[in-house]
Write a new protein. Sequence first.
Length: 367
Amino acid sequence: MIGLLEMRRRKFQFGLIAMIVMLISYLVLMINGLGVGLNVLAGSALRNFNADAIAYSERAGLSVIRSEMSQESVDRALSAPGVTAAAPLGYVAANYSDSRGKIRSAAFLGYDPGTIGEPRVTSGRALTAGDGNGLLADRSFLKAAGLDVGDTVEIGLRLGVRTFTIVGEINEGAFFFQPAVYILRDTWRDLKYGDMPAAEQPAASIVLLKGKGVTGKFDDYEAVNKETAFANIEGVSGQQSTVTSLRAFGYVIGALVIGVFFYVLTLQKISQIGVLKALGASSFYLFRQVLAQVVAVLAIGLAVSLPLAWATERALQRLPESVPIAFTNGTFVTTSALLFVTGLGGALFSGRQVARVDPIIALGQQQ
């Protein structure tokens, strides 16, 4: 094809265009990766719950922070029609000191052993009823704190400090942009409510539910599926709107840059296009050559940007302070497809110009 032959003869010019496309696609990929990473940091632990639905107190507005359920409410949720398994779960954010003495925050989740609220231990052992000062730490917690299974960690809440022993490692992710830490529910109640009389203490923040038809509004609690629960995490909706806007701007800018580059190239070749048309080449044939060049440039740009983005993620994950970035196969496929579509859309400017070239006028300009 004459379009690809032209690229071979003008390597430097088309190489610069391919580099610009690569940088734009790399930028869009990194924005998408940051969006996925922030979602993981916001509530991957919630998505990893072994549950079909999550029950909140009726006045919480689907907020784990504000949700406090009495024992009576927990019992109603546990025995609701359609529920095949359930588990109360408590939440509190608390500070801890890492191995370097730096104060950090973690999401402490209180659960009952042997229920669906119990996380899977990947290293060490699970908590037992006698582990009042034991905890299960997510691997992100251990990395950030510089600690390991068997170490002790000081937890600060209110005006007190309490020492816990890390008995096991888990891989449940993060909750409210904090690493997840699991403790016994009785320990959670003591940690959060302190000297409050036991009869006045809430029994749980939320209840995990499994079964069909368990969502809806009930007498004193409201149950929703996990996706709805995730969307109601404080800050998630605003964060997703920002990332979506940046992603859309990236696609639009990519289409405009590709469109402008090839439009300028087309203007520079008006006389050659006129000669080809005079020799019998159709506008559609010539536009196909432009499309072939656009596809080739996009393919080269993505062929470089995809592995570069993947390598950047791996490098950032090795930093002491991890950057919230993550990629999935869907991220790469979706981004590549949309960049191709928007890039081809930008090439339509050139197609319009090709169709408007009059061979007689073009040949006259050449003279």
